[in-house]
Structures are given as C-alpha cells and as structure tokens.
Design a protein around this ligand. Sequence first.
Ligand code: NDP
Length: 322
Amino acid sequence: MKKVEIQSVGGPEVLRLVDAELEAPGPGMVRVANRAIGLNYIDTYHRSGLYPLPLPTGIGLEGAGVVEAIGDGVDLAVGDRVAYCAAGFGAYSEAINLPAERLVAIPEGIDFDTAAAVLLKGATVEYLIQRTYALTAGEQTLFPAAAGGVGLIFGQWAAALGAELIGTVSSEAKRELALANGYTHCFLSDEPDLVAKVREITGGKMLPVVYDGVGAATFTDSLDCLAPRGLMVSFGNASGSPPPFDLQQLAARGSLYITRPSLMAYVASKEEMRASAAAVFDRVLDGRIKVTIAQRYPLAEVQRAHAELEARRTVGSSLLLP
Ligand code: NDP
C-alpha cells in the first residue's frame, strides 16, 4: 500500500509517497482502509518540526473509511464504516492500523468525505465552545481565521447557540464566506484598529472570551479585545507561536485568564471521543452544521495540499483522497 512518510522535517517537499507493508492488526487493533483523509493545520507543524515527532514517521491524524481487518478482542466487524482523529499518526495512507477504541462509527446519512472533513475540526469546536469556555446565547466573541476549516464550523455552531461572532480573514472572498457561516461581523486582517472596532461593537464592554488559532500575528490584539477577567483561548499557531509572555500582561489588562488547550486532552478517553463525535455528527445530520469541502487532492499531491494551506489559499476543509 501507499503512505506518506517524512524522513526529515522541513517544507512540503519532505512529504514523500512511499510503498509500505501493513502487518495484520494485533489485539485490540483494527485496519482501516481510508476512503478520505482530513488535512489539518497541525499536520504542517508535525512536518515542519514545530511539534517534533520521532523520525521517520507517517503523518496525518484524521480519516474515514472501512474496517478491513480486526485483531483479537475487537467488537467491530469487517465492512463497518468508521472515522477517527487523534488516534495515532499516519492517516495520510491507503490504510492504517489503529486502536479499536479510538474509532467512532459513522452514522448513516454521513458520507466518508464529510466525516473526514468534519470530525477533528468539529471535535475541536465542540470542546472550545462547550468545555473550554461554555459560550451562551447573547455573548460576543472573536475568532481570527474565520473562513478556515475550524473557523467555518465554529461560526455555525456558535451562531446556532445565539452568540454574536466577530471574525477576521485575509480576503474579501473569505469575508463573504464567514458572513454566510454564522459571523455577524468580519474584518480583513490587514485593516487597522480591530480593538477599536470590537470596542464599538460591544459598546465598550469588550469580550468575555477570544478563541485564537492564528497565534503570533493576532495574539496581542486578541488580548486587547478581552473584557476584565476575560478568557484568552490560544489554541493554534498558524502564523507562528505567540511570543514569550509576561504574566503581568494579564494583570495590566484587568485580571485576564489564559489557556492553551489541545484536542487530545479533551478526547483522551473513549467516552469523551465518542461524545464529542456524536455532538459533531448530530449537528451535521440535523443541518445545524454544513461542511464546506473546498479542496480535494489526490494523496500523491500532498505537497501541493500543504503548500496551499500554508499560503492561506484554502477555505473550509481540505481532503486528501487515497
Ligand atoms: P485553517 O483552515 O484555519 O487554516 C489556517 C488559516 O490561518 C489560514 O487559512 C489563514 O486564514 C490563517 N492565517 C493567519 N495567518 C497565517 C499565516 N501567517 N500563515 C498561514 N495561515 C495564516 O486551518 P485549520 O482549520 O486546520 O486549523 C485552524 C487553527 O486551529 C490552526 O492554528 C490549528 O493548529 C488550530 N487547531 C488547534 C487544535 C487544538 O486542539 N489546539 C485542534 C485543531 C486545530 P486567513 O487567510 O483568513 O488569515
């Protein structure tokens, strides 16, 4: 079978499609034949070395497909439709062996492409909105990179709760997409005075919470948009890691809180993974979340997929197709 491997860290050129053997799944393990693979920004951190992995390594955290073989003690059957995220590295492949307890069943009515486009990003939105800070109706919040994969799902989920959303994006086309996906306000990231605009929108109160996945480029503005005792959720680094940070800055802005969460810690148990997936899939099935799959790449074009994601040329979710 074919899989993508990296032998060293670097730019998209280190992603190599190679032939590999996959052993029979051991006890508690399942071989999944991937039908669709989710592309996530975190994959670029693994490839670049920002988040180091032992090398050589497979890459990719999310996929959807069919159970092809099972090990002992597994209560799944060959042919079952399953999806996974944060289950192990190596999703960029035709097939992968994974622990059965990390797999979730794909409900009827959801196809493989949709499952692979929504599971990791949707589970991220689930924990950000429900468990990191429980956003409620009438609350206002800021989400930079509003037209991205996580951003479009966040917009729909939070708007359905009755929250009022302010987004930022890098182009007019992305702005239109964000406004069509739950954001009430959306500004171009190179426009000046975001903080003043947020002050005006909130009538001077500023925000109880900001969800910032962009990192270095937006970190200070995001802090400045918070109300006293507000929560900064810094959950990503698309523009680079935020700079070293003096805790006094939290006091100076009125006793702010800050958290740097990661999905893995919120779906660590089988029960959490399944509950989070169910919350995501339920919203897809009842139409509260529509999944925008704007880019599809053959697995062999994985280098181009990474280059376009990092060049900010994508919107919504991207898939690799084995
Ligand atoms: P996106 O589809 O949102 O792509 C990243 C977006 O970031 C770009 O489209 C771009 O939007 C924006 N961006 C701003 N500055 C830059 C820059 N200098 N270089 C590249 N992009 C930039 O990716 P995902 O939906 O996969 O992920 C969004 C964020 O969420 C990432 O930071 C990711 O790491 C994080 N994440 C964190 C998780 C966690 O548990 N902590 C889990 C899942 C995702 P624009 O052009 O509009 O500025």
